[in-house]
Write a protein that binds this ligand. Structure first.
Ligand SMILES: Cc1cc2nc3c(=O)[nH]c(=O)nc-3n(C[C@H](O)[C@H](O)[C@H](O)COP(=O)(O)OP(=O)(O)OC[C@H]3O[C@@H](n4cnc5c(N)ncnc54)[C@H](O)[C@@H]3O)c2cc1C
Length: 416
C-alpha cells in the first residue's frame, strides 16, 4: 500500500478522548455513562462486542441491586426502562441446612420494616440490564463505542496515556480506566499486582418458574458444599445461584434438565410448589482476586478488575457501581476546579475512598463463604446461635439491612 494512504488510515484510527475505558461489561459501560453525563468525552473498547451483548442467552445471571445502586440507575436515566422488569426484594430469609433436611430452627430474617426508604433492593435480569445499557451507550453523543476490539497495550506519557487496539487503532486519553474483569491484564500491564485464590466451588445459575408466589422474599440456604440463593423475579419466577464443589457442579451441569431438577429439588424444598426450568442453564467457576492497588499512573481500576468476589452476598456489581460513582464524582470535582482529572492526586483520592471498603467487603464475603460452606458440627452450632442472636437484636439487624441496601458509609452523590 502507498505510504501516504497507509499514514492517512493510521491517522483516522488515532483518536483523542478525555477518558478511555478498557472493557465494556456492566461496570465499564456504566462508567462510560456516568462520565459522559458529567460532560467528559469517552471511548470504550470492548472485546465482547455489541452483537453478543444483545443475545439474551449470553449471560443468565440476575443481579440483586442494592437500593443505592437503584438510585444510581435512576440518576443515569436508566430506571425508566428497567422498572417494569425489576422485582423488589422485600425480605431476606437465611437458613442453615443440609440436603433434604428442614431449615435450621433459628433462621435470620431481614424484613422490609428494617428500612424506611423502601425495598432494600431489586432483582434485575442481566438480559434487561445489559440491553438497556447497550442501547443507551450507542445513543450517547460523547461516547465512542469500539466493540469487538481488544486492547493489546497501553503506555503512559506525562499528560496522556495511549491505548493500542488489536486492529492497530490508538486512543489517546488523559485517564485510562481498567474495567476488563478479574485479574485485569491491563491493570497488570500498568504494574498492579493481585492477591487471590480459586475456590474449589462453581456456581450453577438458572431461572425457575414456580407454583406459588415468592412475595418478594429472597432466600439464602447455606449448605455444606456452598450456598443456594433463591432470588425473586417477576411473574412467579426466581433466579438461583447454586454453589457446589467444582467437581459436583461440573457433573450436575452435564445432566439433562430432568436429572438437574431432581438433584435441585431436595436442596430447594417445596415451599414454592412445583418448579420447572425456564431458559438456559449457566455455569460460573468461582475465584477471588483483589488488586493490591486501585491506581497506577493515569490509570484507575474499577469493578471486578479491582475486586472479584464470591457471589454469596450478591455484592460484586454493587461494589463496582460504588467505584463508578466515586470516580465519576472525583473527576467532575477536579475538572470544575481546573485540576487535571487524570493526575496522581485525583487518583489517590479515588483509591482512598474505595480501596479499603472494597477490600474489606471482598474479605468479609470470603470469610462468610468459609464459615458457612462446611459441615463442621461446632461451626454449625455456632452459626445457628449467631443467626438466632442477630435475629433477636433489632439494632444489629437494622445495621445489616442498611449494609445490604448499600446506604451506609460515605456515599457518592450518584447514590444519595
Ligand atoms: C453467579 C454470579 C452471580 C452474581 N450475582 C450478583 C448479584 O446478585 N449482585 C451483584 O452486585 N453482583 C453479582 N455478581 C457479580 C457481578 O456479576 C460482577 O461483579 C460484574 O458482572 C462484573 O462486571 P465487570 O464489568 O467489572 O467485569 P466483566 O463482566 O468481567 O467484564 C469485563 C469486560 O472486559 C472485556 N475485556 C477483557 N479484556 C479486554 C481487552 N483486552 N480489551 C477490551 N475489552 C476487554 C470483556 O470482554 C468483558 O466484556 C454475580 C457474579 C456471579 C458469578
Amino acid at each position: 500500500m502507498d505510504k501516504s494512504v497507509k499514514d492517512t488510515i493510521l491517522n483516522i484510527m488515532k483518536s483523542t478522548t478525555d477518558i478511555a475505558i478498557i472493557g465494556g461489561g456492566l461496570t465499564g459501560s456504566l462508567m462510560a455513562m456516568a462520565a459522559a453525563n458529567n460532560g467528559f468525552s469517552v471511548s470504550i473498547i470492548d472485546a465482547t462486542g455489541a452483537k453478543k451483548r444483545k443475545d439474551p442467552d449470553f449471560d443468565g445471571r440476575s443481579y440483586a441491586m442494592a437500593m443505592s445502586s437503584g438510585r444510581m440507575l435512576k440518576a443515569l436515566g436508566l430506571w425508566g426502562d428497567l422498572e417494569t422488569g425489576a422485582q423488589p426484594i422485600h425480605d431476606i430469609k437465611v437458613t442453615d441446612g443440609a440436603v433434604g433436611e428442614q431449615p435450621s430452627p433459628f433462621f435470620l430474617h431481614f424484613d422490609k420494616y428494617g428500612l424506611d426508604e423502601g425495598p432494600m433492593g431489586h432483582m434485575i435480569e442481566d438480559r434487561h440490564l445489559r440491553s438497556t445499557i447497550q442501547r443507551r451507550l450507542l445513543d450517547t453523543k460523547n461516547i465512542t463505542y469500539l466493540g469487538g476490539r481488544r486492547v493489546d497495550n497501553q503506555t503512559t506519557q506525562t499528560t496522556t496515556s495511549m491505548v493500542t487496539l488489536d486492529d492497530g487503532g490508538q486512543v489517546h486519553a488523559r485517564l485510562v480506566i481498567c474495567a476488563d474483569g478479574r485479574n485485569s491484564p491491563s491493570a497488570k500491564r500498568a504494574g498492579v499486582t493481585y492477591t487471590g485464590w480459586n475456590y474449589s466451588q462453581s456456581a450453577l445459575v438458572c431461572a425457575l418458574e414456580h407454583e406459588y408466589s415468592h412475595n418478594g422474599f429472597a432466600y439464602q440456604h447455606f449448605m455444606p458444599p456452598g450456598p443456594l440463593a433463591i432470588l425473586p423475579l417477576k411473574d412467579n419466577r426466581c433466579s438461583i445461584v447454586w454453589t457446589e464443589t467444582a467437581e459436583n457442579a461440573r457433573s450436575i451441569m452435564a445432566m439433562n434438565k430432568g436429572a438437574y431438577l431432581d438433584v435441585l429439588r431436595p436442596r430447594f424444598g417445596d415451599f414454592l410448589g412445583e418448579i420447572k426450568l425456564v431458559g438456559e442453564r449457566f455455569f460460573y467457576p468461582l475465584d477471588m482476586s483483589i488488586a493490591n492497588s486501585f491506581i497506577a499512573e493515569r490509570i484507575a481500576v474499577i469493578g471486578d478488575a479491582a475486586h472479584g468476589m464470591h457471589p454469596i452476598a450478591g455484592q460484586g456489581l454493587n461494589a463496582g457501581m460504588r467505584d463508578i460513582a466515586a470516580l465519576a464524582q472525583l473527576c467532575q470535582e477536579a475538572k470544575d476546579r481546573g485540576e487535571d482529572f487524570g493526575s496522581q492526586a485525583v487518583l489517590a483520592r479515588y483509591q482512598e475512598w474505595r480501596r479499603f471498603d472494597a477490600t474489606a467487603l471482598t474479605l468479609t464475603v470470603d470469610a462468610l463463604n468459609r464459615l458457612f460452606s462446611n459441615d463442621n458440627s461446632i461451626l454449625r452450632n455456632l452459626r445457628t446461635i449467631g443467626m438466632g442472636v442477630v435475629n433477636l437484636l433489632p439494632s444489629i439487624k437494622r445495621t445489616f439491612i442498611r449494609e445490604a441496601a448499600g446506604v451506609r458509609g460515605n456515599l457518592p452523590d450518584l447514590m444519595r
